[in-house]
Design a binder for this molecule. Structure first.
Ligand code: 4AD
Ligand code: MG
Length: 460
């Protein structure tokens, strides 16, 4: 019988021979027996294996060291030690891959900075094992939430010719020879010679294409990688991150906010339910109380505030901020944290931002100054979701594009949606890594994705 360690740990003592496969985390020797801890990533805790030294070749036992891979067979017995209910009395043992003494993950606590340099080994640590399991639970829950609610999963393109967020923070995709760039007469690059015959980029968001499917399938979602060449060296930004973007037709901003809140709470509940041991670990070693915070968030309704009201609150506190606010400026992380941590003490949804700080596609309010945007702000992190009701009125959208210098011809297909059977619709984007950060309490976004990409860093 071969099982994952997670299920072996749930077995009752019996005479059946069980086979465990994994990596040795620790080895402790006493006079007659050795204790090893075997981990296979299926859960935080390892299986304790007990080796009666007299029954094994000393040369074999010498090869067992932290990091080596082994196969062990034996019976599950009640443990005499206090740390575990059961253990395996090992009867047969094989070292599959030896692990010499220069293995970087010797038993001690390593800093996250050190582990980032060993990103190919860090899933073998308690912290990254736990993050990996929680991330897995959340990815699965993303799909189950939307599938249970009748949303259609859409794969939007990663290579795109439009700039959804209009922020100009795109990575260019080209097969042109950069040493010998073809040029037009006026000196500009001749993109007709490029692979797609035009300029192309990695997508910053699947939203625009998602909208085309929402206006046929009613409710859709995307879940995929997005790319941003923003040079932000922060604990919340990556150049490659995963985003979940639902889009709902016949839905206004109110419905959008309801979906966002329901969705986040569903994700958090899934982790509390499925990753109890990992969450206890995060509460003990990463962020005290993170588990209780999640419970509190699930139970209480999110706070709501318009941008204008938020600015009124923030202005009174301007001397505490690095960037003082006034109406019209962008709300930054320090302000978002103040609103969530000091004012509301829970997540806050801020709505109706000035049009000038938001993207072109958001529905204009009647005041002509603000748009039907909403950001969900979370304590510790600030913005975790950005969304809006979309401008579905053809003429208003065209004049808005012109106003901010976009050429409507470049968005002809997007505008056609407003021409052929237009409908109010809304959506949002959840940054998957920010959600994992929030749930685990991990401080740096670089530690919740296997291989973080950011400015000047593309190792592995
Ligand atoms: O607010 P953003 O830019 O919104 C959009 O991209 C819309 N198209 C979403 C939509 O309405 N369908 O990004 C959405 C979320 C942010 O709230 C944040 O959580 C995350 O994506 N995000 C990042 N996460 C990590 N690194 C970055 N550089 C991020 N930029 C945005
Ligand atoms: Mg945003």
């Amino acid at each position: 019988m071969q099982e994952r360690i997670k299920s072996i740990l749930q077995m009752e003592p019996s005479d059946a021979i069980v086979r465990a496969e994994g990596w040795v985390r620790t080895k402790r020797d006493s006079k007659n027996v050795s204790f090893i801890e075997i981990n296979d990533g299926s859960c935080l805790k390892g299986l304790q294996g007990v080796i009666d030294k007299a029954s094994f070749d000393a040369a074999l036992l010498d090869r067992i060291s932290t990091g080596c891979s082994i196969v062990a067979e034996g019976r599950i017995v009640a443990s005499q030690g206090g740390n575990q209910k059961t253990e395996m009395m090992i009867e047969h043992l094989e070292v599959i891959g030896d692990c010499p003494q220069d293995y970087p993950l010797q038993k001690k606590r390593h800093t996250v900075e050190f582990l980032r340099e060993k990103a190919y080994l860090r899933p073998r640590t308690n912290l990254f094992g736990a993050v990996t399991r929680v991330r897995n639970t959340m990815a699965y829950a993303v799909h189950s939430f939307f599938q249970e609610n009748g949303f259609m999963y859409i794969n939007t393109p990663l290579i795109s010719a439009s700039d959804c967020e209009g922020a100009g923070a795109q990575f260019q995709v080209t097969t042109l020879d950069l040493e010998n760039i073809p040029r037009q007469k006026d000196g500009r690059v001749d993109y007709t010679k490029d692979f797609f015959g035009r300029m192309a980029n990695l997508t910053v968001s699947g939203q625009l294409e998602g909208e085309t499917y929402a206006t046929a399938m009613k409710d859709i979602y995307t879940f995929g990688p997005t790319f941003r060449a923003e040079n932000s060296n922060t604990t919340r930004h990556l150049a490659e991150f995963w985003m979940i973007e639902p889009e709902m037709s016949f839905c206004t901003l109110e419905g959008d906010m309801e979906w966002a809140e329901k969705f986040l709470k569903y994700l958090f509940s899934a982790v509390l339910e499925k990753n109890e041991e990992d969450m206890a670990f995060f509460s003990s070693f990463v962020l005290p109380g993170v588990e209780d915070t999640l419970r509190h968030v699930i139970e209480s309704p999110f706070a709501h505030m318009t941008y204008t009201d938020a600015i009124a609150v923030l202005e009174k506190e301007n001397d505490r901020f690095e960037f003082p606010v006034k109406w019209g400026v962008e709300i930054q992380t320090e302000h978002e944290r103040f609103l969530t941590e000091e004012v509301a003490k829970r997540p806050v949804i801020v709505t109706d931002y000035p049009k000038d700080v938001k993207a072109f596609y958001m529905k204009m309010n009647d005041d002509g100054r603000t748009v039907r945007a909403m950001d969900v702000l979370a304590p510790r992190l600030g913005e975790i979701i950005g969304g809006s009701e979309r401008e579905y009125r053809y003429d208003v959208l065209v004049s808005r594009m012109k106003e901010i210098g976009l050429n409507p011809d470049d968005y002809w297909w997007y505008l056609d949606l407003r021409k052929y059977g237009t409908v109010p619709h809304s959506g949002f984007g959840l940054g998957f890594e920010r959600a994992v950060q929030y749930v685990t309490g991990v401080a740096n976004i670089r530690d919740v994705i296997p291989y973080p990409r950011y400015a000047k860093s593309c190792e592995y």
